[in-house]
Ligand binder design. Structure first.
Ligand code: ZN
Length: 199
């Protein structure tokens, strides 16, 4: 990072020069000097951090488009510690929140609904529709690789359970009475989701 050191010395020399020329208002210039130093540090840190960030996000994007995404494995105790009691009950214990009580069934804010446990992108608000069921409903997942369907025969019914492919979080169920174009209805618990609002 030779160029950063050079940049730092040049800037320091310039600012110090200015400070010396204006030493009558020394106090003010001291403040300017501290400010300039902080600004240069920020530039240097960003320059150092930027390349690794780009590589890692590129790697993640590639992983997602390849086959199965990376698995997130945590102990039950860890999930319990990280989630609220309701999120834990629904997402980790296959619970179901009561209809019309979750925070997203009537939400119309644009954005991406992520997994409450691991943050994987699950549903986009542009596939959300008012199903009248009291649960947030979508006609398609955002990315097929992030949402996995399992057969579920609990409670004397044959249904298709939907889970997060990354961490196995229980999301809800999928039914075939949804609107066009897919005619699917992903009936999802608000407690398993975290909306990342579109800015
Ligand atoms: Zn997840």
């Amino acid at each position: 990072m030779k160029w950063i050191r050079l940049l730092w010395h040049n800037l320091k020399a310039n600012v110090t020069g200015t400070a010396m020329r204006h030493d009558a208002c020394g106090r003010y210039m001291n403040t300017v000097l501290v400010g300039a130093a902080a600004a240069v540090s920020v530039i240097a840190v960003s320059a150092l951090a930027a390349p690794s960030q780009t590589v890692s996000s590129r790697a993640k994007a590639n992983e997602g488009s390849r086959s199965m995404p990376n698995k997130v494995t945590k102990s039950d105790a860890e999930w319990k510690k990280e989630l609220t009691p309701e999120e834990y009950q629904v997402a980790r214990q296959k619970g179901t929140e009561r209809a019309f009580t979750g925070k997203y069934w009537d939400c119309h804010t644009p954005g991406v609904y992520k997994c409450v446990c691991c943050g994987a992108d699950l549903f986009n608000s542009n596939t959300k529709f008012d199903s009248g069921t009291g649960w947030p409903s979508f006609w398609a997942p955002m990315n097929k690789e992030n949402v996995q369907a399992n057969s579920d025969s609990t409670f004397g019914m044959t249904r298709t359970e939907v889970v997060c492919s990354h961490c196995g979080a229980h999301l809800g169920h999928v039914f075939d009475d949804g609107p066009a174009p897919t005619h699917l209805r992903y009936c999802i618990n608000s407690a398993s989701l975290k909306l990342d609002e579109k800015k």
